[in-house]
Design a binder for this molecule. Structure first.
Ligand code: FAD
Length: 516
């Protein structure tokens, strides 16, 4: 990764001003106000570490990195940008930099290192008669820290991501989805209130009743309208433990009908069903990760995968605590009895609630130790309407991936319910009551990601030709026309909100919606 750092960045020792390129290509030197000047850095390490992300595909250098100590500092920076009337500079909040296409970068602008805010008590658990239990959480906080702080009170958020080392502001700018989404909706459906510093530098508290337009625009708004500095998140009593089950299928339609049955929120299933429903593929061409399964069973699972080419796996969890520990096995047995997995291919682990939620951390540590974490990630995440999921299976999984032996690092597939999403939020989803999350989480060497990108393009092309109306999650588009199609009928209100909240279009330029 030998990218050249622009020379002027390495030569400045005292931070009195910083230099950036104007849109016309000339150099500008900006002198920030005294109260925030000391929070700006342009040393090589600061610049380098904020010039790429988890994807390691896009690299763009900011002119400076800002380390705020409070939301007021963020407002000052944004005002400074706007007051620089000839040429307001671009500003991107950086949560954990876990985007994969440069969405949190600020070419020639200023990256806000949100983690600088995390000192001090920025997670506070409270209760009110109208809301019940909730947590006020800084936008820079990691979900793992939210989990720990709330578990100390015997409480927990209800909706999660698979991986918890993501920032609250970063996931709320997208949606925040996982196996609990079918029941509780995404993380953005479980927020009562936000503090936001808009693109004009205004500090605004908003909710479904206070400045609701801004509130809903920011949820899933890809960082376009304001910087989230606090979120009030719904909590409920936390369970202690989890029965974590995987069921293997050789047949797609049996797999998807069972998944759809499991996420049905009508009647009993809503009350007594599983707490978490996801799914993943095991593919012949591998790499096969069988670490979940008992060693004694791994060879017969590998044989099943070899025999069918693809084995579809339903992953479900039933939480329990002391009051339900004697009945949980019976409940799991009852719920799985009517499912059509391959007989003898049901596997179970019994883990603590925290171990289950933090499960991806172990994979991260393992990949870190092998030097396989900081590599290129040409990921593609899609929402696929239920009515076409079987066509997607034959056209993408079987035809494109299996036949062409595309190495399948991790492919996730699970259905969720549209009625758990509020239509006023910015997040874009298909127009069907049930739709599937499909995550093609490819990993590749630094020079091979283009091959996976070709696969991504091919599958999008397949969907286009077949008329499968997919929507990208964590979207990445190259042209304004594509963004227009992505937002569909919401494009106009998205644009209007941008003009209102961030008229100079300075925020989150790495999304490339308003800055190509
Ligand atoms: P960043 O990448 O830093 O920022 C993302 C965008 O949000 C940028 O445009 C940025 O400018 C903006 N932003 C950041 N902070 C703020 C803020 N406070 N206010 C306003 N805008 C802000 N997603 C899921 O939904 N479910 C998963 O299970 C899941 N698993 C993942 C696992 C891994 C290993 C990785 C790498 C990602 C995963 N993601 C998942 C995707 C993740 O939710 C997004 O990439 C999210 O944006 C990452 O958060 P971040 O804090 O790193 O954000």
């Amino acid at each position: 990764e030998n990218f050249a750092v622009p020379k002027y960045l390495t030569t400045m020792t005292f931070f009195t001003g910083f230099m950036m390129l104007s849109t016309t290509g000339t150099s500008l030197v900006l002198f920030p106000p005294k109260d925030i000047a000391g929070m700006l850095r342009n040393d090589t390490e600061s610049i380098n570490s904020t010039s790429t992300d988890y994807g390691h595909i896009v690299r763009e250098f900011p002119a400076a990195v800002f380390n705020p100590t409070s939301p007021n500092d963020i407002a000052s920076l944004i005002l400074f940008s706007n007051n620089n009337s000839d040429e307001p500079f671009r500003v991107a909040a950086r949560g954990q930099g876990h985007s994969v296409r440069g969405q949190g970068l600020a070419p020639d602008g200023v990256v806000i290192n949100m983690t600088a805010l995390s000192k001090g008590s920025r997670i506070v658990v409270s209760e009110s008669p109208s809301l019940g239990s909730y947590a006020d959480v800084g936008g820079e906080q990691l979900w793992i820290d939210v989990l720990h702080a709330t578990l100390d009170h015997g409480l927990t958020p209800v909706s999660w991501t698979d991986y918890l080392y993501l920032s609250v502001g970063g996931t709320l700018s997208n949606a925040g989805i996982s196996g609990q989404t079918f029941r509780f909706g995404p993380q953005i459906s479980n927020v009562y209130e936000l503090d936001v510093v808009t693109g004009k530098g205004d500090f605004i508290t908003c909710s479904s009743t206070k400045k609701p337009k801004l509130f809903y625009a920011v949820l899933g708004g890809l960082g376009q309208f304001g910087i989230i500095t606090r979120a009030r998140i719904a909590l409920q009593p936390a369970p202690n433990r989890a029965k974590w089950v995987r069921l293997l299928y050789s047949n797609f339609s049996a797999f998807s009908s069972d998944q759809e049955l499991l996420i049905s929120t009508s009647g009993k299933m809503e009350r007594d069903g599983f707490d978490y429903v996801e799914g993943l593929l095991l593919m012949q061409q591998g790499p096969l990760d069988l670490s979940f399964y008992p060693v004694a069973d791994q060879s017969r699972i590998a044989s099943l995968v070899n025999q069918y080419g693809i084995v579809y796996t339903i992953e479900v969890v039933k939480y329990y605590d002391d009051s339900t520990k004697d009945t949980v096995d019976k409940v799991v047995e009852k719920l799985t009895k009517r499912l059509s997995f391959v007989p003898g291919f049901m596997f179970e682990q019994d883990v603590s609630y925290e171990e289950f939620l933090d499960r991806v951390r172990n994979e991260e540590k393992m990949l870190q130790s092998l030097g396989l974490w900081d590599i290129a990630h040409p990921w593609m995440n899609l929402f696929v309407p239920k009515s076409r999921i079987s066509d997607f299976d034959s056209g993408v999984f079987k035809d494109i991936l299996l036949k062409q032996k595309v190495p399948a690092a991790l492919i996730l597939i699970y259905p969720i319910n549209r009625n758990k999403w509020n239509g006023r939020m910015s997040a874009v989803i298909p127009d069907e009551d049930v739709f599937y999350v499909v995550g093609l989480l490819h990993s590749s060497g630094f020079n091979e990601w283009q091959a996976f990108d070709e696969v991504n393009k091919k599958l999008l092309q397949f969907c286009h030709v077949a008329g499968i109306m997919v929507k990208q999650y964590l979207p990445h588009y190259e042209t304004p026309e594509d963004w227009k199609i992505h937002f569909g009928s919401n494009w106009q209100s998205f644009q209007e909100m941008k003009t209102k909240s961030d008229p100079n279009k300075i925020l989150s330029p790495g999304q490339r919606i308003f800055n190509s």
